[in-house]
Write a new protein. Structure first.
Length: 137
């Protein structure tokens, strides 16, 4: 099992996932195919919302978690990965809170240095668990 972070902008990007209408989706380009090609059923995803177009309570925060239900599917213009059990986490975790934590993986530290600019990136189980733990405190 692998662990991932999806980075999106705006409340409108998470609400259809919570209702089950949408999973991960991206343009069908080589860049996004390379990002999504290693995602597998059973993998876990944390959903992070950027500052842009996002309500104040969720700006620059991890807001939800889910499980991957399918491998990447290619449509004419879109790439789709279906999700299961998309749930808001108890208390959203601001990126600045996570930056104060020690022992984060190299992948997580690299993503934070880039201001979470990739659409999807892999993290370690320990990073995933830490974010969930922070959301429960």
């Amino acid at each position: 099992m692998n662990y991932w972070i999806e980075v999106a902008s705006g409340d409108f990007s998470i609400e259809p996932k919570i209702s089950g209408e949408k999973g991960l989706h991206a343009p069908n380009t080589l860049r996004y195919r390379n990002m999504l090609k290693n995602i597998r059923p059973g993998d876990k995803v944390l959903h992070y919302l950027t500052y842009s177009l996002t309500s104040k309570k969720w700006q620059s925060s991890f807001v939800a978690k889910s499980s991957v239900a399918s491998k990447m599917e290619m449509g004419d213009s879109r790439l789709i990965v279906k999700l299961n059990d998309v749930k808001l986490i108890n208390n959203s975790v601001k990126l600045r809170e996570l930056k104060e934590c020690h022992g984060l993986s190299d992948n997580m530290q690299r993503a934070m240095k880039m201001s979470m600019q990739a659409y999807l990136f892999e993290i370690e189980k320990e990073d995933f668990d830490l974010i969930i733990e922070l959301s429960e405190s």
